[in-house]
Design a protein around this ligand. Structure first.
Ligand SMILES: O=C(O)CCC(=O)C(=O)O
Length: 287
């Protein structure tokens, strides 16, 4: 059954971004929230990043301001590896059907993460394009940002530059350092075109992996949590090491194996896998 109208598909390919409501069921949403709340409670016992992912880096990423009284867990890496609820949603939620309609029918899972912006935490995301962290032989790749909470104008919504997925791939290197962020001049040049992606909990923001985006701190007194999953066309192959490798990476979640590799032409600088827990540490090196 078709999940998206022709107008929605056109909007996605023209603007590189589309918000769709009811991407998970109420039950899936409640289960995701329960798991996340458990992780936030657990984080109170820690003073530094903890847990371990497949490549030996930490799984739970804490904002420098984190304390037991005011937890500032900002990222959980590859939650699907440690939670059946997340693995279920990554494979089965309506989100996956939406993505398959845009870049499928056959799609694979690339990586997943939870970004929590807790009240009082200054967590922000500097502008970047996801594709320049994870180049593939073709760019049929979508980052699906599921709103676990209502996303409003004051709780640090995703900010995007519509249409920028068709433009240049901007450098994330500055003065020999991989900062995971585009130069301030690039951000400033797009300032007038930035729009926000807001919506009720359970909605998903489907974003082309080459779209320029970032987000500001949460200024509200409630959390703003996203469950972010990236999927790619089955006929794309990775061109650099995966920055968030997991046991589920490359899993075929819809369609059949084609046995084909499809390539497009582009050039960009090689990305650098973070040495610390996540790209938040890399972005702290940006201006
Ligand atoms: O959490 C956000 O607002 C943006 C997420 C993002 O761009 C990322 O984690 O790469």
């Amino acid at each position: 059954m078709a999940q998206l109208t022709e107008a929605q598909k056109d909007q996605f390919w023209t603007e590189g971004v589309l918000v769709v409501e009811d991407a998970v069921t109420a039950d899936e949403l409640a289960q995701l929230r329960a798991v996340i709340n458990g992780w936030i409670e657990e984080s109170r016992q820690h003073t530094e990043d903890y847990g371990e992912t497949l490549d030996g880096r930490k799984r739970f990423d804490l904002e420098p301001s984190h304390t037991a009284q005011q937890p500032a867990l900002r990222r959980v890496q590859s939650p699907e590896e440690v939670s059946d609820v997340f693995a279920h949603v990554m494979r089965n939620a309506r989100t996956v059907d939406l993505v398959a309609e845009l870049i499928g029918p056959a799609i694979r899972f690339h990586h997943g993460k939870v970004n929590t912006k807790l009240p009082g935490a200054a967590t922000k995301v500097k502008f970047h394009q996801d594709f320049t962290f994870q180049p593939m032989t073709n760019d049929d790749m979508i980052t699906a940002l599921l709103f676990v909470d209502d996303v409003t104008l004051d709780n640090g919504p995703l900010e995007v530059v519509p249409g920028s997925h068709k433009g240049p791939l901007y450098s994330l290197w500055h003065n020999g350092v991989f900062t995971g962020a585009v130069a301030d001049e690039v951000h400033d040049a797009h300032q007038d075109r930035i729009t926000t992606c807001i919506g009720k909990a359970g909605s998903v923001c489907l974003m082309h992996a080459s779209l320029l985006h970032g987000s500001a701190p949460n200024l509200s007194d409630g959390p703003r949590t996203l469950y972010i999953t990236t999927y790619y066309s089955e006929d794309a192959v990775e061109l650099s090491p995966n920055a968030l490798p997991s046991t589920l990476t490359h899993e075929l979640v819809r369609g059949e194996v084609s046995g084909m590799i499809r390539c497009i032409a582009y050039e960009m600088e090689r990305p650098e896998v973070p040495k610390d827990t996540s790209f938040f540490a890399q972005q702290e090196n940006a201006n």
